[in-house]
Write a protein that binds this ligand. Structure first.
Ligand code: NAP
Ligand code: GCO
Length: 264
């Protein structure tokens, strides 16, 4: 029986994947047999990413592209199709967060987060779907969040974007499932990456950051996630093993969404 989790012969584009969650997912895809393509917003990051992939034995293809720029994204997809081949798997991973109380956040700051975290997945998905339709298959995985389901102080723009990304995921499923395109979300819990580093910084007296203790109390696994915790679920959603899974948000959160939290 063919391994249903194999990605042999597939081309995967992971956006914003020079490091962090995107890098871990792309590396896992390479180990499952896929050819890896990634982009980042700066050449120096792409170069660092290429070196990091080489250290993992992965001969990745890296491109500079701001995912919020539709013309640049369309050029990127055309270039990838010429240089590497048609994209079978898209992971909309690139993302930013601004932690600012809503009434102190400017409309421009709000728009910047929506632009990267919601508009860009629309732009990149729109650019790859026509070729997926021609191929007769495709996988789109949107990196959602606990904030696709929950709010918290200071992350209004991010939660609005990630909530919208959940529904964009379901709508791509609804509109393109008939072409054998599966679009699902992957919802990480709290993962130790540069994006959450400010929430884990040791205090001046050497004690844990209060948010660090808070997340441990909210997580049955009693630990922060690692990017590697996401690789298996991401391979599943990119593989033939999930061909009848569509419009689903797969939360990889150590149990946070199921748990009221440890009594202080
Ligand atoms: P990260 O460490 O901040 O990495 C984000 C990546 O996206 C960086 O490489 C960044 O490049 C890139 N990026 C940002 N804006 C871009 C743009 N306009 N065009 C192209 N690339 C861009 O974040 P992460 O923790 O790995 O998170 C990756 C994804 O997972 C994000 O969508 C995030 O919202 C989501 N997520 C994270 C967690 C967590 O706990 N870490 C949990 C749930 C969901 P630059 O360095 O140049 O900005
Ligand atoms: C925050 C964190 C979260 C995580 C992630 C949780 O400030 O609350 O950054 O938003 O990044 O999205 O799933």
């Amino acid at each position: 029986m063919k391994n249903p989790f194999s990605l042999e012969g597939k081309i995967a584009l992971v956006t914003g994947a020079s490091y962090g969650i995107g890098f871990a997912i792309a590396t896992g895809y390479a180990k499952a047999g896929a050819t890896i393509v990634f982009n980042d917003i700066k050449q120096e990051l792409v170069d660092k990413g290429l070196a990091a992939y080489r250290e993992e034995g992965v001969a990745a293809h890296g491109y500079v592209c701001d995912v919020t720029d539709e013309a640049a994204v369309n050029d990127l997809i055309t270039t990838i199709e010429k240089d590497v081949g048609v994209i079978d798997i898209l992971v909309n991973n690139a993302g930013i967060i601004k932690r600012i109380p809503m009434i102190d956040m400017t409309a421009e700051q709000f728009r910047q987060v929506i632009d990267v975290d919601l508009n860009a997945p629309f732009i990149v998905s729109k650019a790859v779907i026509p070729s997926m339709i021609k191929m007769g298959h495709g996988k789109i995985i949107n990196i959602c969040s606990m904030m696709s389901e929950l709010g918290r102080e200071t992350v209004s723009a991010y939660a609005a974007a990630k909530g919208g990304l959940k529904m964009l995921t379901r709508n791509i499923c609804s509109e393109y499932g008939q072409f054998n395109i599966q679009c699902n979300g992957l919802g990480p819990g709290y993962i130790a990456t540069p994006q959450t580093a400010p929430l884990r910084e040791k205090q001046a007296d050497g004690s844990k950051h209060p948010f660090d203790s808070f997340i441990l109390a909210k997580t049955p696994a009693n630990r922060w996630g690692e990017s590697e915790d996401l690789v298996g679920p991401a391979v599943f959603l990119a593989s033939e093993a999930s061909d009848f899974v569509n419009g689903h948000i797969l939360y990889v959160d150590g149990g946070i969404l199921a748990y009221i939290g440890k009594q202080p």
